[in-house]
Design a protein around this ligand. Structure first.
Ligand code: SAH
Length: 213
């Protein structure tokens, strides 16, 4: 069963009221049924603007945060995007509507397999999944036009900055893992990096190595 008109309308209203106003981003979010990415106990809350638990002790992000991050990323149809932290796959699915290709990495094999199943079900063939420690980026596929990190590090990981194309944008939460973090937008220029702080957020921490599941 897919989401109904009322669930869709409520979610889009929540997104707009939190500042997600970009038409292309709203359309992408209207095209992707979040219910497919939330299994088990919390499935009936999939259309609320709230983060929810998923397998492997992780979380699917709050829809308005997904929208604001996607909007800040300024994705264009020719862009090659790297997402670090596949989780449920929801953010990658939204990005797949806007970008040429999405490379998404998670340290849990189980999460990657589950997300891949949903991508297959939706026919999202421009998403490529990887099980790896994403802190090192994907050097074989770099550079990227856009990079989005959905787990918090203390600082932007050096390898990711190095894999961002000149003119490219990276959006990521930074800060102590269990305290308040800031969502940062980084632009790579000819001469260096420009940083903007967007809003306070709370993400699960970026961890080292592969997960056990
Ligand atoms: N974008 C996701 C939410 C991700 S939650 C969604 O739309 O549902 C953050 C994810 O980052 C978790 O799944 C966690 O396993 C992953 N993660 C944390 N550290 C990582 C690392 N070093 N490399 C790859 N993935 C990592």
């Amino acid at each position: 069963m897919s989401w109904n008109a009322e669930q869709k309308m409520r979610l889009l209203f929540a997104l707009r009221s939190k500042g997600v106003t970009e038409k292309a981003v709203l359309t992408a979010m209207e095209n992707i049924d979040r219910g497919l990415f939330v299994q088990g106990l919390f499935a009936d809350r999939a259309y609320e603007d709230t983060p929810l638990p998923i397998i492997c002790g992780q979380t699917i992000s709050q829809p308005s945060i997904v929208g604001l991050m996607t909007q800040a990323l300024e994705v264009g149809p020719r862009d090659k995007v790297l997402e670090l932290g596949t989780g449920s796959g929801y953010q990658a699915a939204i990005l797949s509507q806007l970008a040429r290709r999405v490379y998404t990495v998670d340290r849990f094999r189980r999460l990657v397999a589950q997300a891949q199943d949903v991508f297959d079900q939706l026919g999202l063939t421009n998403i490529i999944t990887f099980t790896a420690d994403g802190s090192y980026g994907l050097p074989d596929h770099a550079p990227f036009d856009r990079i989005i990190v959905t787990a918090a590090a203390e600082d932007p990981p050096g390898p990711l900055l190095a894999q961002l194309r000149i003119g490219g944008i990276m959006v990521l939460p930074v800060g102590q893992s269990d305290a308040v973090q800031s969502l940062i937008k980084v632009r790579r220029t000819e001469t260096g990096f420009e940083y903007d702080e967007l809003l306070k957020v709370r993400f699960v921490p970026l961890l080292e190595g592969l997960g056990r599941e």
